[in-house]
Design a protein around this ligand. Structure first.
Ligand code: PMP
Length: 364
């Protein structure tokens, strides 16, 4: 007995966790600052945590009402129909739902390189093929319609990540509109706004008012601090919103996830505080880190440190976990998630010490 041929499938490489690193290095987990997975350093909204406790007794039933309520609440927030909101286990789940809804075997998708690995993984699970368009350091990772269209060959889906992981660059609404206008009517442009709250940019959801070839991904994992719960969604055009019923895994988001997300949506203070901290911290990192950094609209900063593997490893010993971007095809860069104000300051200090020890980086 064997699984199907998975040799063209790459494994997802997550950022390393605190316990794992502490155990490996014989360190106290409390001494480590984890800035490797773009998580919310403020944690979840206290209201979300309270909602989880309040609804703990309800987990023996399928999440019917909470699922419907969360869908309606998100639809109201974006001023779209309920059918346009596809709840999923994380935005990752929405990527799968869109693959299921769009891809016939051998259909192709176009994704950014470097970029978020799961787009290609999901397409391959669904018997699709993956092509890439470059997002290059020479252009400061700028994202334009033209840059995507140069590589476009009629693919069924085109992914745009804005803000882009791992670089932090964005694609403005006009460029996305130009891209969607220039691609074939049966090409879906998926705008991944997993980090959308941190950017000072209009969401692409408004494009859905008058077109049927754009979908937008959003998540509760980042600004809302619910990464551990796995809840996200896609906003899709009215024209084919009803496909959800045919492609979703039943009860896509759990009872607890839905209850927590409902509470988190009402905690404006927590979200705005999270956004303010990320915006402050990305500026702080850019100003104070002794390495070249790229402008970021996300809750992370890409830094060119010369040798990502060495720096990420040495930084861990100095108490900071950052993301080695070799697996993104950027072996000289690390991605540093934004921490709390205090945590970010300490992390930058430790990273600068690390760079000095290794004689890497740009020293003042
Ligand atoms: N898109 C991008 C660009 C991401 O970086 C991530 C998380 N790392 C996701 C989507 C998925 O997020 P989640 O499944 O936690 O909602």
């Amino acid at each position: 007995m064997h699984p199907r041929d998975l040799s063209s499938h790459s494994a997802y490489v997550p950022g390393r966790g605190v316990e794992e690193v502490a155990r490996d290095l014989g360190l106290d987990p409390d001494d480590l600052i984890k800035l490797s997975s773009n998580e919310n350093p403020h944690g979840a909204s206290p209201d979300a945590v309270a909602a989880i406790r309040d609804h703990a007794d309800g987990i023996s039933v399928y999440p019917k009402a909470s699922h419907t309520d969360l869908t309606a609440r998100i639809a109201e927030r974006w001023d779209v129909d309920d059918e346009q909101v596809w709840l999923s286990p994380g935005a990752d789940g929405s990527i799968d739902y869109l693959s299921r809804a769009m891809l016939e075997p051998d259909d192709e998708i176009l994704v950014p390189d470097p970029g978020f690995a799961y787009y290609g993984m999901s397409a391959r699970y669904h018997h699709g093929e993956v092509n890439t368009y470059p997002v290059s350091a020479e252009d400061d990772f700028a994202q334009t319609a033209e840059g995507v269209l140069d590589s476009y060959a009629g693919e069924r889906m085109v992914y745009v990540t804005s803000p882009h992981n791992p670089t932090g660059s964005v694609m403005g609404l006009d460029e996305i509109r130009t891209l969607a206008d220039a691609t074939a009517p049966e090409t879906l442009v998926v705008v991944d706004e997993a980090y959308g709250e941190f950017a000072e940019l209009d969401s692409a959801v408004r494009l859905l008012d008058d077109r049927d070839d754009v979908a937008v991904l959003r998540t509760f994992s980042k600004a809302y601090g619910l990464a551990g719960l796995r809840v996200g969604y896609a906003v899709v055009p009215t024209a084919w919103g009803d496909a959800y019923a045919r492609v979703n895994t039943p009860f896509a988001a759990s009872e607890i996830a839905c209850r927590a997300a409902l509470a988190a949506l009402d905690d404006d203070d927590h979200v705005s505080n999270s956004i303010d901290t990320a915006r402050w911290a990305r500026e702080y990192i850019a100003a104070e880190l002794d390495a070249h950094t790229y402008d970021s609209a996300g809750n992370f900063v890409l830094a060119d440190v010369g040798d990502a593997e060495r720096v990420a490893e040495a930084a861990q010993r100095n108490g900071v976990i950052v993301r080695d971007c070799s697996s993104f095809g950027l072996p000289s860069c690390v991605r540093i998630s934004t921490g709390t104000r205090e945590g970010t300051k300490v992390a930058v200090e430790r990273l600068n010490e690390t760079l000095a020890e290794l004689e890497l980086g740009v020293h003042a």
